[in-house]
Design a protein around this ligand. Structure first.
Ligand code: FMN
Length: 165
């Protein structure tokens, strides 16, 4: 709260967003009080008028599900925008928005592997798989070198023009 107040005083609370991680248990972060703490923090952050809360939800394969009761309680105590992230597909993203639990859904790995992700989702095009292998290797490799759908398609068509499978 001290940090948020200090930053808000400098640039305005409406330009401040806070990321919180409910139900994330790795690296010794399993805390029995985390949900109550987040709800209390959200109440104070709402009173300060911060622009958004961004929930970093657990994103590994058998991650615990965020219960709907938490999403409803968060909406009740926080009046700004709510963004969620963590293994969302377009169907789950639409569901949390339609139910009013979130205003926006963020995509991480799918966006890295598919720089034209909105275009692909809007046109129901297949998504390229994400390769975590090159991450944190000290270069841009694996971050900014995935092709768009049109570029990948053009490359395939070009290679088949040349008789290359
Ligand atoms: C390469 C990479 C770096 C990330 N760095 C951060 C970070 O510094 N801070 C953070 O809160 N989350 C970080 N994340 C987590 C993402 O913001 C996001 O919560 C996570 O990827 C789950 O969303 P996804 O399933 O759509 O990828 C990172 C994710 C990736 C793939």
């Amino acid at each position: 709260m001290d940090v948020v107040e200090a930053v808000s005083a400098k640039i305005g609370a409406d330009r401040v967003g806070v990321r919180l991680a409910p139900y994330v248990t790795f690296k010794d972060m399993a805390c029995p009080e985390i949900v109550d703490t987040i709800l209390l923090a959200a109440k104070h952050l709402s009173a300060l008028g911060v622009a958004y809360l961004h929930l970093s939800e657990a994103d590994w394969d058998d991650a615990p599900k965020v219960p709907e009761s938490f999403r409803i309680e968060l909406r009740n105590v926080f009046k700004g925008s709510i963004i969620v992230a963590g293994r969302y597909c377009v169907e789950r993203a639409n569901e949390v928005i339609e139910k009013g639990y979130a205003d926006l859904v963020a995509f991480g790995r799918a966006f890295i592997a598919n720089p034209d992700l909105p275009y692909r989702l809007a046109n129901q095009l297949p998504l390229s798989p994400f390769d975590k292998g090159p991450l944190f290797g000290g270069s841009a490799a694996g971050y900014t070198d995935y092709p768009s759908y049109k570029t990948a398609l053009g490359a395939v068509m070009h290679s088949s023009d040349n008789g290359v499978a």
